[in-house]
Design a protein around this ligand. Sequence first.
Ligand code: F0G
Length: 466
Amino acid sequence: MSTSDSVYQQCISSSCGDTFAIGEALVACDQCGDLLDVVYDWNRLPLPSSLKEFEQKWSQRGDPLNFSGVWRFRQLLPFATPEKIITIGEGQTLLQRADRVARHIGLSAGRLFLQYEGMNPSGSFKDNGMSAAFTHAHSIGAQRAACASTGNTSASLAMYCAVTGLMKGVVFIGSGKIAYGKLSQALDCGALTVQITGDFDDAMARVKEISQKLGIYLVNSVNPFRLEGQKTIIYRILESLDWEIPDWIVVPGGNLGNSSAFGKAFSELKELGLIDRVPRMAVINAAGADTLYQLYDRRSLRWKNGDADMCIARDYYQELDAQNQKAETIASAIEINRPVNLKKCIRALEFCDGVVRRVSDQEILDAKAQVGAGGLGCEPASAASVAGAKLLIEEGIMGSDERVVCILTGHQLKDPTATVAYHTTDQEQFDRVLGQRGVQRASFANRAVVVPNDVEEIVKAIQLYS
Ligand code: F0G
């Protein structure tokens, strides 16, 4: 751990702003309970003179720190000394031009790029943040690490524990609220999996309480070090675009860690003079878990220099409770009604001239089918970004010639149940998995052809359909 006070943690509240040493494991300000940032005194830290300098690291990829898609940018998240850094090879991701998907959403050819974060070791973007939080946890001597999860954070934590053997992982999940691909990872990698009655919001509240009680290191994105790792998604996107700034970054919104981290990344790059402009950001909620949309778009919750009127959020949560309204979407990864990074996200939205939209499960699954048909595929929550971009183009807010990057946060194989139900010929299966959530049709289904086990019939079917 860097011992100098050129790196510290700071409360984001303008009326508090208290600071803490980086050696402390905190998930909230000790004084006022607000969120914390990791803050750098850049004048006292070595910096690249241009972003292009990072390209040289690739020729030194024999060194695991330069191979890592997170740590080769370590000068931009300089909280750890190199000997303490933990990497399992995260961040070997791909930014792919996606013309077929562009056509579907109404963008011109060459204007849509998909950032495939599902290529990370555990199959989601979480590994970016986990390598950073795990590094911090290890640096301060933690023996156990915990999280609440809709599945991907738990898969990532379980994998870091299994690969490194440095810590025991404890994961909290809501019963029946996690896709099997993700649950199988936590179990397979040997994490202690605690399934509680309730949903993610219940599990999140509990894990905070229990980890504090038992002194277990918490790796959810309330942990500011997690977000330091997630900043690198932006660095890799810019690198893939030859350091040109796109017009839009579109990201699904759940607990709002990514959007918060992206805002911090851009604000630091701008402050350091490493970029000259900032893209707009769109955060996309699922309609059944649309707290950010309700608060930002409908009730005008704004950052206001750190003095955001959080009573707006508290009132909204009271209304949700009074109506016993729970988050409900096929995009289980973002089935969250109480996003822990809400305040940081509205700061990011202000900095990036952001917009928030919500999309239905129908729109999410149709967009997901298009992403699958056009390339490497993604899990349902990830496709919210593409569905959101489509909506913004229809509304005329995003121009068809603008350069747009949609973040695909998780791998296609994370949630095969939703995918197979979408493509199935079995109406009962469709209704059970999707119909009850208001999904009425599979507009882009690729149905399996049912044929008797007979050579002539099979040949006939192939000739008919190919
Ligand atoms: N996409 C996927 C695939 C996710 O797993 C998550 C969050 C999000 C989007 C939302 O990202 O929280 O940064 O806004 N999954 C968490 C989990 C909550 O427990 O795996 P966010």
